[in-house]
Design a protein around this ligand. Structure first.
Ligand SMILES: [Fe+2]
Length: 273
């Protein structure tokens, strides 16, 4: 057992990590099947990469932010601690949030290694979080619960598709990242469950869905994105933005309804359809 695995093992509680319950019943996330015929590309770290392929791979990894050399990621982690201090109701939930942070920092090591293997200059590049979902105001614990439920789940859905990736180093870390990110989403969902136990909390969560639900769907980008066909051709993605967004929507709608929350209109407040 590595030191990281030992540290993770010793960090387990009845609650953490949250992914255990979800995976105890099999694969919680759908497999994405490619519907177009394409060459069976496969590239490993030490192999020369076609220029277009490398450009698309770096473009995709830039969106994944968590990288030790990415100043903006470390900044985001800092704000996570501030949000926990300001809005979390007790020591237990703050400790859970600290476990989340420790796991994201583990990811930062894994993505750093991937980046160095790909291009040194990329490993040190600061990539600010451009998507507006990272800049929506967090004014309550419920805001942060919804952020984790939706935004970390976005990461889990993308990592699910990396199991089939043509880039070998990514396939090797896909299952761990997917599992961890799903656990982070389940952490948000656990907080949401506690919040919705009270009438006022449930009303607040329902209100805040108008802000976070469209942002979550928008994170998958435009359905007619010009890059989709090339990502699929090179085996970096199996399906387009519309298909993965629809699978995500089905998953989150089921979870929200299970809490007695109403699912917002999917066209409302959207910026990327
Ligand atoms: Fe995460």
């Amino acid at each position: 057992m590595t030191a990281i695995e030992d540290a993770e093992q010793r960090g387990r509680t009845d609650l953490w990590p949250f992914w255990r319950k979800a995976y105890a019943q099999g694969d919680p996330l759908p497999k994405f099947t490619c519907h177009v015929s394409r060459p069976a590309y496969r590239f490993d770290e030490d192999e020369p990469l076609p220029e277009e392929y490398k450009g698309l791979l770096i473009k995709m990894l830039k969106a994944e932010g968590e990288r030790a050399g990415n100043k903006s990621f470390l900044g985001l982690m800092g704000t996570c601690l501030e949000v926990a201090e300001a809005f979390y109701p007790n020591q237990e939930t703050k400790l859970i949030k600290s476990e989340y942070l420790a796991e994201e920092l583990k990811h930062a090591i894994m993505f750093h290694r991937l980046a160095v293997g790909l291009e040194n200059s990329f490993a040190l590049r600061d990539v600010p979080y451009v998507h507006y979902s990272f800049h929506l105001p967090k004014e309550t614990w419920a805001d942060d619960a919804l952020f984790h439920f939706f935004v970390d789940l976005n990461g889990a859905f993308h990592a699910r598709d990396w199991r089939e990736s043509s880039y070998v180093p990514l396939t090797k870390m896909a299952a761990t990242v997917e599992r961890d990110e799903l656990g982070h989403s389940e952490m948000g969902y656990y907080f949401l469950t506690l919040i919705c136990e009270e009438k006022r909390g449930k009303a607040l969560a329902q209100k805040l869905l108008e802000k976070w639900y469209p942002a979550a769907l928008d994170m998958f980008g435009r359905s007619d994105s010009p890059n989709t066909a090339r990502f699929i051709h090179w085996g970096l993605k199996s399906v387009g933005n519309a298909e993965i967004r629809q699978a995500f929507k089905q998953y989150v709608d089921r979870k929200l309804e299970a809490l007695g929350l109403d699912v917002p209109d999917e066209q409302k407040n959207r910026h990327f359809l």
